[in-house]
Every structure is written in C-alpha cells, then in structure tokens.
Design a protein around this ligand. Structure first.
Ligand code: HEC
Length: 125
C-alpha cells in the first residue's frame, strides 16, 4: 500500500468510526452498531456513498422492514425467488451480498434494523 492509499484508508476508517460513535450517542443503537461495524461496514457505508454495496442512508425508506429482514437472511434466496427489488439490486452491483451467518439470528436482525432506522433518523436531521 503506498502512502497516499494508506492515508485515505486511515481517513475513511476514522470517518466511519466517528460516524458510528455519533449514532451510538443516540440511545439504543449499541448492539446494532456493533453488528454493523463487525459484519456490514466492510461493504456498506452509513451515508449514501456506494462502496462494495449501496450506502445505508435511506435504506429503511427504500425497503420495508420485512423485506430487509428477508434480504439479510439470504440475498441469494430472495433474488432467486424473483423479488423485483432484489433482482434490480443484483443487476446493479458487481457482487451479490453473501449470506451472513450472524443474520440467521432473529435478535441480531432486529438490532441491525433498529440501527439502520436510527441511522436514517440521524442523517435526516
Ligand atoms: C461482502 C460485501 C457485503 C457485506 C459484508 C454485507 N453486504 Fe449488504 N449488500 C452487498 C451488496 C453488493 C449489495 C447490493 C445487492 C447485491 O448485489 O447483492 C447489498 C445490499 C444490501 C441491502 C439492500 C440495500 C439497498 O440500498 O437496497 C441491505 C439492506 C443490506 N445489504 C444489508 C446488509 C447488512 C445488514 C449487512 C451486515 C450484517 C450486510 N449487508 C453485509 C454487499 C455486502
């Protein structure tokens, strides 16, 4: 990694961390934030900026909670079920989101969805 890339990487990491900390200051986001940082932040920013996957800003307005709940349990399965939103996403992004084991847990899904809702509230202000 050259110095410029390293600098950009460190800046990006600091931005993500301070944004996550900002969200945490709002009550109740703790566990969802931890899940986001550990399992989602590698591919999803909290802003509208695309990284490997779409930025999470506004995601709870783009989909219902039920849809997000189903998506995170198995992106491949919902795409193959013929869901139009899932197919559009698949066509737009180079890779398909992997099925993450952590999302098999209902409580973890509730936590992350609450975190996404909180994030949307924060950015809307
Ligand atoms: C390896 C990269 C990767 C990881 C890790 C990942 N995602 Fe994704 N995600 C994607 C991609 C790519 C898409 C776009 C659709 C597609 O092609 O699969 C996506 C789409 C989504 C969408 C739909 C977004 C929209 O704007 O419509 C949601 C919701 C989502 N991911 C949630 C999560 C959650 C929650 C986690 C962590 C538990 C997570 N993702 C982890 C790559 C990832």
């Amino acid at each position: 990694m050259n110095r410029y890339l390293l600098k950009m990487f460190v800046l990006a990491a600091i931005t993500v961390m301070s944004m996550a900390a900002g969200v945490n200051a709002e009550e109740g986001a703790g566990e969802g934030e931890r899940i986001y940082v550990k399992y989602c932040s590698g591919c999803h920013k909290l802003t509208d900026q695309t990284s490997t996957g779409p930025g999470f800003q506004g995601v709870t307005g783009r989909h219902t909670e039920a849809w997000i709940d189903k998506w995170v349990q198995g992106p491949k399965a919902i795409i193959e079920s013929g869901d139009p939103d899932a197919i559009l996403l698949k066509e737009k992004y180079k890779i398909t989101m992997p099925t993450l084991k952590v999302m098999a847990d209902e409580k973890a899904r509730r936590e992350i969805i609450n975190f996404l809702k909180q994030n949307d509230k924060n950015v809307a202000q």
